[in-house]
Ligand binder design. Structure first.
Ligand code: APR
Length: 322
């Protein structure tokens, strides 16, 4: 059987930790790309040199895209993960950052269109739902083949905090978070359980509210500790889970930013945007979107997240029309 080819664009903290998880799990050969000469080549070699200890036969190679020609190595990719982007610098507004990252994503999207239009693409660059939309607009790839990281990571954080609270295995915690991957994400209490027991039977309302708050601020909590960077281990594993479900056609339900259209658009109250939804992920990308019911409180949170994602997508349209 031919080995899968996985390309990771952006060899920074998230891209390189992801590349290592992918290689160790032998999900395929990993091609690492970055615009800084030497970084993708060096990190790829470093990761590959550790594989003998795990008996992992994944090849890991790096290419710098300072020479844009090197994007030709995307050809034949089964899955492409995009982590390339800029971090917010002091004095930069959120909109400035959005504009800069739309530029980066546009360049990446053009090359994906040119060399690997059949690949399934996972967008990680933040804001991931908005960048997934930008990549969709520029690449013209079928929307069901594009996913954004969001709920996979947010739900993992939520599950971790619930397991810490209850002192039970993370494996027995089932919980999910949808909506935008940001301050207005929507963690679903009603659908969360420990060993099948609803968490509202096990944890007080007040403590649940605190855990939800911590989940919302999960990314910020790590930034506060690190000071000069943001989370990458949990993001790396959360992306690996999505990639594994694609390549092994596991059909896992992992909340991810997915395209809203048709009947689902009616159900969720927005059309033509990417937003965190409970989806089934398999060999074809997003294979099913689940329409779930909202309580009154959840609906008001949902409307807020829809509004903010829709308005950011409009800004992307403006940037792209310039
Ligand atoms: N083409 C290729 N690579 C690029 C480009 C480009 N046009 N622009 C930037 N990069 C590379 C940078 O050189 C850097 O190595 O993207 C990498 C980003 O890595 P980090 O700055 O370490 O950021 P990281 O922590 O990995 O986060 C990446 O994922 O979770 C999100 O918010 C996070 O948007 C951010 C992204």
């Amino acid at each position: 059987m031919q080995r899968s080819k996985i390309s990771v664009i952006g060899a920074g903290n998230v891209g390189s930790s992801l590349a290592q998880f992918l290689a160790i799990r032998e999900l395929g050969d990993v091609y690492l790309f970055d615009i800084i000469e030497g970084i993708p080549e060096g990190k790829a070699l470093d990761i590959m040199e550790g594989t003998p200890h795990w008996g992992a036969d994944s090849k890991v190679v790096g290419f710098n895209t300072a020479n844009e020609e090197n994007y030709r190595h995307l050809e034949g990719s089964n899955v492409i993960i995009v982590t390339a982007g800029l971090a917010r610098k002091p004095g930069m507004s959120r909109d400035d950052l959005l504009g800069k990252n739309v530029e980066v994503i546009s360049g990446v999207a053009r090359n994906i269109k040119k060399y690997a239009p059949e690949a399934i693409v996972v967008v990680v660059t933040n804001p991931a739902d908005i960048m997934a939309y930008a990549l969709y607009k520029v690449s013209g790839i079928k929307p069901e083949k594009i996913l954004g990281l969001g709920g996979s990571l947010d739900s993992a954080r939520f599950r971790t905090f619930l397991s810490m609270e209850l002192g039970v295995s993370v494996e027995d915690i089932s919980a999910f978070v949808i909506g935008g991957h940001g301050d207005d994400m929507v963690p679903f209490i009603r659908y969360s359980s420990a060993g099948g027991i609803p968490i509202s039977n096990l944890i007080s309302k007040e403590r649940i509210a605190e855990i939800v708050k911590r989940t919302r601020m999960g990314g910020g909590e790590i930034v506060n500790y690190l000071k000069t960077g943001s989370a990458y281990y949990a993001p790396g594993i959360s992306i690996t889970a999505m990639v594994e479900s694609i390549l092994r056609d596991r059909k896992r339900i992992i909340p991810s930013a997915a395209f809203l259209t048709g009947e689902h658009a009616k159900h969720y109250g927005a059309d033509g945007i990417f937003i965190g939804l409970p989806v089934r992920i398999g060999a074809n990308g997003v294979e099913h979107v689940y329409d779930i019911d909202f309580s009154e409180e959840e609906l008001s949170l949902w409307k807020k997240t829809i509004e903010s994602v829709t308005s950011s997508c409009k800004k992307v349209d403006e940037f792209l029309s310039r």
